[in-house]
Design a protein around this ligand. Structure first.
Ligand code: TXA
Ligand code: MG
Length: 332
């Protein structure tokens, strides 16, 4: 029997690979967020990628690969920790290694390292397979905006600046990949640069050592700026206990207020606020987080109050992003 969906999908993937080969930009799904892809070996394509993102040139982008076998083509040294953690792939895990000399400065932001990742998303893997080379891809949003988790969000954000968007449905994880720096010599020298879907416990289980948190002086993941994950509204993190009080205060200042919480107390409805319900399951919370932050902007909110999930599993990554987006934290 002819599977129409399959034909449409493989046509779209072939077209996307062609656009990449021609030096164009492709929006594509990954299991974390949508990426804005360019041929990692094409200098002009990378320049255009940065121009469209509006991203400073010293911010490196991740190179996406079809399989761990391709790692050696991008690195000049693969440490034991990098080799070990690459066993997780395909996964929401980016491994930073020393770059091979041919890797473009535009990709690495001038660093002597490169971030590599094999995404766990069938359409992404099909695209990577069809293209053959590395796809450099930041999240498919303009710089300083929230990452897109649907093809529609990519189109809204980037419009005609993206040549082709592959729709692979909503992203399964919803927050960006875990980033680990594996350039240190020993298995105990791995540094967690950004928490994500592969949790620290999994990494530690593979290494047999604790993973270090980033310290001042360690490699920075240059994109992890305060403004990086924020909606336009002011974000305040609060506890459930103070929701009513805080809503009352802000409403008295004639602010347009939104609330993202698992259990919004009924009395807040009196204040005409926008209630964005958060799922109680932490994986679901991660999946809808960026869509909710986008909704906050669509409602033109002045302030979004958020009751964050517990820092368990992917909740650590959700708290990390919310912590960056927040201008105020009142957790007591
Ligand atoms: O899940 C993800 O990682 C998504 C999807 C599309 O794969 N990509 C993503 O890309 O979030 P972006 O550019 O928005 O964030 C990449 C982060 C930045 O914080 C960047 O600084 C860091 O990765 N990064 C990339 N290469 C690096 C390197 N060589 N050393 C340190 N940090 C690096
Ligand atoms: Mg991003």
């Amino acid at each position: 029997m002819i599977d129409r969906a399959e034909i449409i999908r493989s046509d779209a993937v072939a077209r996307a690979a062609e656009v990449l080969r021609e030096g164009g930009l492709v929006g594509f799904p990954t299991e974390t967020v949508y990426g804005l892809g360019a041929d990692a070996g094409n200098r002009q394509a990378i320049e255009r990628l940065f121009a469209v993102k509006g991203r400073p040139v010293d911010h490196p982008v991740i190179v996406h690969l079809a399989s761990a076998d391709q790692m050696d083509g991008w690195a000049c040294e693969i440490t034991a920790s990098a080799r070990l953690l690459a066993q997780c792939w395909p996964a929401p895990l980016t491994i930073v290694v020393r770059r091979a000399s041919h890797v473009l400065d535009g990709v690495t932001g001038g660093l002597d390292t490169v971030g590599l990742r094999v995404p766990a998303q069938p359409v992404a893997l099909e695209l990577l397979g069809a293209f053959g080379g590395g796809i450099a891809a930041p999240s498919a949003n303009r710089f300083g905006r929230v990452s897109p988790t649907t093809a529609a969000a990519v189109e809204t954000d980037l419009g005609d600046d993206v040549d082709f968007v592959l729709d692979g449905g909503p992203c399964a994880y919803g927050v960006e990949s875990t980033i680990v720096d594996c350039t240190g010599d020993g298995l105990e020298d791995v540094v967690l640069l950004r928490p994500g879907g592969v949790v620290a416990e999994t990494i530690e289980g593979l290494l047999g050592h604790p993973v270090r948190a980033r310290r001042d002086g360690d490699t920075r993941a240059p994109g992890t700026l305060a403004s990086h994950y924020a909606p336009r509204a002011v974000v305040e993190l609060i506890t459930e206990a103070v929701i009513s009080e805080r809503v009352r205060e802000l409403a008295a200042q004639a602010q347009r207020v939104g609330l993202l919480a698992m259990n919004p107390p009924p009395e807040v409805n009196e204040f005409g606020i926008v209630v964005l319900r958060a799922p109680s399951d932490v994986d679901d919370f991660a999946r809808v987080l960026y869509a909710r932050l986008r909704e906050a902007d669509q409602h033109g909110l002045d302030t979004l109050l958020v009751v964050p999930p517990l820092p368990i599993g992917i909740g650590v990554a959700v708290l990390d992003r919310l912590g960056r987006a927040a201008t105020q934290v009142r957790l007591h």
